[in-house]
Design a protein around this ligand. Structure first.
Ligand SMILES: C[S@@+](CC[C@H](N)C(=O)[O-])C[C@H]1O[C@@H](n2cnc3c(N)ncnc32)[C@H](O)[C@@H]1O
Length: 226
């Protein structure tokens, strides 16, 4: 049998060992079957305010948030190196309120997360997929306002930031079509170029701002009673 090229071998086994090295970390949410996770599986402190972040990257935002607030925070992220980096920071700061759900939110958002569970949803700099043929991969599609509404509890907030102008306008259009679900609490034209108070800077925001891109911040409040 032919040997694997050393570079390929180290790449394959590198990925496997990185994945193994975090799968038994206490901050990793374990899921064994399809179907919604229970509040006890998802949250370190189910009785506290519950926050969901989609695409948490290297984890700076989640870490800063969880060092400031005592909320129960769930970060969804797919890339092993970014998850690994976030776990290291969780250990360094001895954070017990942050958990990571290491799955693809494109496939598992509604399957794994129980309805009416979160008091806030945060999406920082989702991949913009600028080419039209790739728009289908964007996280914020027509159904997103409804999905986010169904995942949240009364009074919840939704925070989305992007440095991609066309994507921000599409996002605003989508939310304007759901005025019965989410009300904008930002000034016209619907996004702010100033980061709202209490919102930490993200890694991606820092990098993109240095390159001259302008972040846009959008926030909504859940309309309850439906
Ligand atoms: C542009 S980065 C922004 C990261 C971070 N929020 C920040 O602002 O620094 C987008 C992040 O979303 C993650 N991501 C993209 N698609 C995903 C998916 N389908 N499921 C889970 N994570 C995803 C990527 O791995 C990446 O870390």
């Amino acid at each position: 049998m032919s040997e694997l090229a050393p570079s390929l071998r180290s790449k394959l086994f590198g990925i496997a060992s990185r994945t193994r090295s975090y799968s038994d970390h206490p901050a990793i949410i374990q899921w064994k079957e399809y179907g919604p996770l229970s509040a006890e599986e998802l949250f370190a402190f189910p009785e506290r305010r519950r926050i969901l972040e989609l695409g948490s990257g290297w984890g700076e935002f989640a870490i800063a948030w969880c060092r400031t607030f005592s909320d129960s925070y769930v970060a969804m992220e797919i890339k092993p190196d970014r998850i690994h980096a976030t776990l290291k920071k969780i250990d360094r700061f001895e954070l017990s309120n942050l958990r990571i759900l290491p799955v693809n939110f494109e496939w598992f958002l509604e399957e794994l997360l129980p309805a009416q569970s979160f008091d806030g949803i945060i999406v920082n700099f989702p991949d913009p997929w600028p080419k039209k043929r790739h728009w289908k991969h964007r996280l914020i599609q027509d159904a997103f306002p409804k999905i986010a509404h169904s995942l949240t509890r009364p009074g919840a907030f939704l925070h989305i930031a992007t440095d991609h102008g066309p994507y921000s306008r599409r996002i605003l259009q989508r939310f304007r079509k759901s005025p019965d679900l989410w009300s904008s609490n930002m000034n016209a034209p619907g996004y702010s170029l100033v980061r709202p108070e209490g919102i930490p800077e993200t890694y991606f925001e820092r990098v993109q701002s240095r390159l001259g891109y302008r972040p846009r911040f959008m926030q909504w409040r859940r309309i309850d009673g439906n």
